[in-house]
Design a binder for this molecule. Structure first.
Ligand SMILES: Nc1ncnc2c1ncn2[C@@H]1O[C@H](COP(=O)(O)OP(=O)(O)OP(=O)(O)O)[C@@H](O)[C@H]1O
Ligand SMILES: [Mg+2]
Length: 255
């Protein structure tokens, strides 16, 4: 299997001389094509910092990050913006949908910007809308749809151009449990049927139980990982809860 992401000795230190804070320390992580990886850990552990580095929004203080064969640490701004558009898909908590465009127009925007032919756009949008169960709301505007539908629209837009790596930071954080389940099922389907590679940061053991592998981070270091074997999602959930309990820290919002 092809390696999609390889992080080697990644370190992130904030602040200036004499008053520094090390948010990440010697992070080594490989993600292969077709993986669905969850990143978990207590608040302040460094999860968002790590995701922001992989997203190219932030840069590491030391170490190397190679995504889809390209070293993202040494790229200039122009190369980075091309790279983000062509190789990465982002699913964040705030949906960032354009209010004056319909759901369909929001989703097809990245394809239109890349000058993909109209027939191909139509095919891709319908396929993705089926995956995320939003086919019946394609002609509505963002203000006419629910939070869960907005999140699934944003997720559809993030992946419509078939990125090498999908990065999600707490994608279910603002959703009720029904909408969260629906989004997670869609991501799982995308991973299993489309072979999409996904990395998802989450506080929520339920969300993490949809992953195939969960990596735990504490005080800026990767401390443990779990692989989902031949076990049910419930069994994997229990295993995740055990590791979280052993790690300690704040987990008041994991129910
Ligand atoms: N710009 C910054 N300057 C200084 N310190 C920062 C900065 N950004 C983050 N930190 C610190 O780095 C550590 C890791 O932060 P990060 O946001 O990655 O945590 P997290 O694991 O995502 O937490 P949460 O679960 O609460 O979202 C925290 O202690 C935080 O205070
Ligand atoms: Mg965070």
């Amino acid at each position: 299997m092809t390696t999609i992401l390889e992080a080697t000795h990644v370190e992130k230190t904030y602040g200036i001389k004499g008053n520094t804070y090390t948010a990440l320390q010697d992070i080594n992580l490989e993600i292969r094509e077709g993986e669905f990886v969850g990143i978990m850990g207590p608040s302040g552990a460094g999860k968002s910092t790590l995701l922001n580095i992989f997203s190219t929004i932030d840069t590491p203080t030391a170490g190397e990050v190679v995504i889809a064969g390209q070293n993202i640490v040494t790229m200039n701004e122009e190369q980075l913006s091309d790279f983000r558009r062509n190789k990465l898909g982002f699913i964040f908590q705030d949906y960032n949908l354009l209010d004056t465009l319909t759901v369909k127009e929001n989703i097809l925007l990245p394809l239109a910007l890349s000058k993909v032919p109209a027939a191909e756009i139509e095919r891709r949008v319908n396929e993705i809308a089926d995956t995320f169960s939003i086919r019946d709301i394609l002609d509505k505007y963002p203000y006419q749809i629910s939070g869960g539908q907005k999140q699934r629209t944003a997720a559809s837009r993030a992946i419509v151009a078939d990125p090498s790596l999908i990065l999600a930071d707490e994608p279910t954080g603002a959703l009720d449990s029904k909408s969260a389940t629906s989004l997670l099922q869609s991501l799982k389907k995308l991973n299993e049927e489309n072979g999409s590679t996904i990395m998802m940061v989450t506080h929520d053991a339920y969300a993490a139980s949809y992953c195939k592998r969960v990596v735990f981070i504490k005080d800026g270091q990767l401390v443990q990982e779990l692989h989902k074997k031949n076990q049910t999602r419930n069994m994997f959930f229990d295993q995740i809860m055990e590791v979280l309990a052993a790690l300690g820290g704040e987990h008041d919002d994991i129910v």
